[in-house]
Design a protein around this ligand. Structure first.
Ligand code: ATP
Length: 347
């Protein structure tokens, strides 16, 4: 089901937590809402789900006005970070709950409920644990039950608010892969809130990046990562080291060296360049177009060689391929840096 959001605004007192947002989500899409704490992600999600109503703007689900309709009428499924499963109910009963209380007519028969719940538990790979209670499950298993429960009533839209936020890194990674597979199989329109850049970039078809209640950029993971529309997006997606630069004569110059700029060059004047650690190479000292820096720290990490460099009093991080780095490097040594690409923004 498609979702069309127009000028959606939610105020708490005088403060606009969501401030005139426009966003179109296509049917079957997995859209991540990504942003720092307090940027309005949860408030936007709650308005999509009907848990909060907008003060201004409209929300269409599959072309129908849902701005002020109740959650059950929207047919959305929710999964939250701390999803309270019913503690006194087994896994099976937790998933069956929504079907038992469904207002749909005719009532679903017990046999159909059983089939549907067991199919869902197969899907989330928990069928053998259907008789257990929530306190007999790991955190990751509980979230899988929560997802099966949200999917049980065949929602038109699935809304997830940091569903893996409380889990450790390894389980999160597994669940992400697993959610992506389930989403691909079912094709239900899904909106996913996260403040974790990697999670959004890995999981989503498109990412909406929020800042102070507004959307800074919407695009595929590759689009927003490769072409951040603003300094905020660049910074938030791990823009690397910030360096002062000057834009003049159609080029950006850092400490006398021109750098290749990948985004649209801002107007002439002082500017800020972002350089990612992977976009720095070592060059011959004195080579044209390079910057002179000194090594502060060398850290071999797996296949990488991580360097902290001192450039004009600023610390610059570089990541080199450890096996491809033939030159012997020592702390204190002066080296030449070639910047392969930079994003440059005004100011
Ligand atoms: P987080 O990642 O920390 O959950 P978020 O991006 O989801 O943050 P929201 O929870 O949407 O942000 O909150 C946006 C802003 O609105 C915050 O400044 C928050 O304090 C404020 N806010 C949210 N809900 C309420 C409320 N019920 N009453 C007053 N202010 C609220």
């Amino acid at each position: 089901m498609s979702i069309n959001i127009k000028n959606l605004t939610k105020r708490f007192g005088g403060f606009a937590a969501v401030d005139g947002i426009d966003l179109d989500i296509q049917s079957g899409e997995l859209m991540a809402l990504l942003g720092p704490s307090g940027s309005g992600k949860t408030t936007l999600l709650r308005m999509i789900g009907g848990l909060d109503f907008a003060d201004e703007g409209t929300l269409l689900i599959e072309g129908e006005d849902a701005t002020v309709s109740e959650p059950h009428a929207r047919r959305v499924g929710f999964v939250f970070q701390h999803y309270a499963l019913f503690r006194h109910m087994s896994v099976f009963e937790n998933v069956a709950f929504g079907l038992r209380v469904s207002r749909r007519k005719p009532k679903i028969s017990d046999a159909d409920i059983r089939t549907r719940v067991m199919n869902l538990l197969e899907l989330v790979q928990l069928a053998p644990l259907s008789g257990r209670y929530p306190n007999q499950l790991s955190g990751g298993q509980r979230q899988r039950v929560a997802l099966a429960r949200a999917l049980a009533t065949e929602p038109r839209v699935l809304l997830l608010d940091e569903p893996f936020g409380a889990l450790d890194a390894k389980v999160r990674k597994e669940l992400r892969r697993w959610l992506r597979d389930i989403h691909k199989g079912m094709g239900v329109t899904t909106v996913f809130v996260t403040h974790d850049q990697e999670e959004a970039l890995e999981l989503a078809d498109r990412v909406a990046i929020l800042n102070k209640g507004r959307i800074e950029q919407v695009g595929t993971p590759a689009e927003v990562y490769d072409n951040p529309a603003s300094a905020f997006v660049c910074d938030f997606l791990g823009g690397g080291t910030r360096l002062d630069c000057v834009v003049a004569d159609g080029a950006a110059v850092i400490a006398g060296a021109r750098v290749p700029v990948v985004n649209q060059l801002p107007p002439a004047g002082p500017a800020t360049a972002y350089i990612r650690a992977h976009d720095i190479d070592l060059a011959e000292v004195g080579e044209a177009g390079t910057l002179s820096a000194t090594i502060r720290l060398i850290q071999p990490v797996g296949p990488q060689l991580r360097l902290d460099l001192n450039l004009d009093g600023k610390v610059v991080e570089a990541v080199l391929d450890r096996h491809a780095t033939t030159t012997a490097l020592t702390p204190g040594q002066t080296v030449a840096l070639r910047l392969r690409r930079a994003n440059v923004y005004a100011g």
